[in-house]
Design a binder for this molecule. Structure first.
Ligand code: FE
Length: 340
């Protein structure tokens, strides 16, 4: 064979190899999380593994619809959500397949994973009561249920029932109290609202400091984001408010998951599993806890100082994979209570 022909074949082989590489070294993610820390972590994943990350960010319900419509042709390998309810729904719709990873099985306690491993929690966030440090004493607070008492008339701030965090919280309350009592609670709570629901979790805390109300139902990590905000006004809001973990003498505080599922349609399981393992790894979990103030699910990762300063608490142990029937009831309860 002539040297020229050798060179030609070599170039051809390199082209074929690169062609395969482009297909193989990618992982496609549909994500309902919109945090800078996630994108930084994905970039580091690419640097470490050579696997490129294609990220589609949208509202999780839109992503679920898209996964359903695309069916076997979806480009998505992974679904990331900021809410356990959406993971459960994706699983119930048959959109996910089991994750096979010894590392995930070892590091994430079984109660934080789907029983068939179709999803795993990636971080946890408690849905707590935030109160004004001077206008409310923690002795005045006890349970979510007690926020429906007349003492809280016109003092409670909470966002819309369209929000997934509230839907999953309501599902957990229906699981604990039954639909009738949950409806009575929701009706009482709506009667105590300081204003009709609007804005996000952070806006509820800001409204406390603005004097519109005295207590709010909020995810813990937003208190960290306010505290370490670059905006001095937001830092002031954090200084004026405190976290209370409700239901400590009973079932515990509701804790929601942000999590990852492997799509049923993915044929790219090896790379997808590597990304899941990367997000569960010590380094990534520490970053999610330190930068985004979420509770780690990797049992070997310690809580950073801020999370420790909020204190240990008892979490509601209702297995979130069993939420499905209650999620549907939650929408009826919101409607009948007039919680818009
Ligand atoms: Fe959030």
């Amino acid at each position: 064979m002539s040297p020229k022909r050798h060179l030609f074949l070599l170039a051809f082989a390199v082209l074929i190899f690169q062609g395969c590489g482009v297909d193989e070294d990618v992982v496609n993610i549909y994500s309902g999380r919109h945090y800078q820390v996630d994108e930084n972590l994905f970039r580091e994943f690419t640097e470490q593994t050579g696997i490129r990350v294609n990220l589609v960010k949208a509202d999780t319900d839109q992503l679920l619809n898209r996964l359903e419509m695309e069916g076997a042709n979806t480009p998505a390998d992974l679904l990331i959500t900021a809410d356990a309810g959406r993971l459960v729904t994706a699983s119930a719709k048959g959109l996910l397949q089991p994750i096979h990873s010894e590392m995930v099985d070892d590091l994430v306690p079984a109660e934080h994973r789907d029983p068939d491993n179709r999803w795993t929690a990636m971080t946890m966030r408690a849905r707590v009561i935030v109160y004004h440090k001077d206008r409310v004493s923690p002795d005045d607070l006890s349970t979510y249920e007690a926020l429906a008492d007349p003492a809280w008339q016109d003092r409670v701030l909470v966002r819309s029932s369209q929000n997934h965090y509230n839907q999953t919280l309501m599902a957990s309350i229906i699981a604990a109290l039954g639909r009738e009592d949950a409806e009575a609670w929701a009706t009482g709570l709506v009667g105590n609202m300081a204003r009709s629901p609007r804005g996000n979790d952070r806006d509820q805390v800001k409204a406390i400091v603005a004097g519109l109300g005295d207590v709010a139902i909020v995810n813990t990590y937003y208190m960290g984001l306010l505290r370490y905000s670059t905006n001095p006004e937001e830092r002031r809001v954090a200084e004026q408010t405190r976290i209370f973990f409700p239901n400590q003498d009973g079932r515990g505080t509701h804790v929601n998951y942000s999590g990852i599922g492997l799509t049923k349609a993915s044929g790219n399981i090896e790379n997808a599993t590597r990304l899941i393992e990367f997000m569960i790894s010590r380094d990534a979990q520490q970053r999610l806890a330190e930068v985004n103030h979420e509770y780690p699910v990797n049992k070997e990762v310690e809580w950073p100082g801020l999370l420790r300063s909020w204190g240990n608490f008892k979490a509601d142990e209702l297995p979130l994979d069993q939420l499905e029937p209650y999620l549907q009831d939650a929408m009826f309860v919101f409607n009948s209570a007039g919680w818009n």
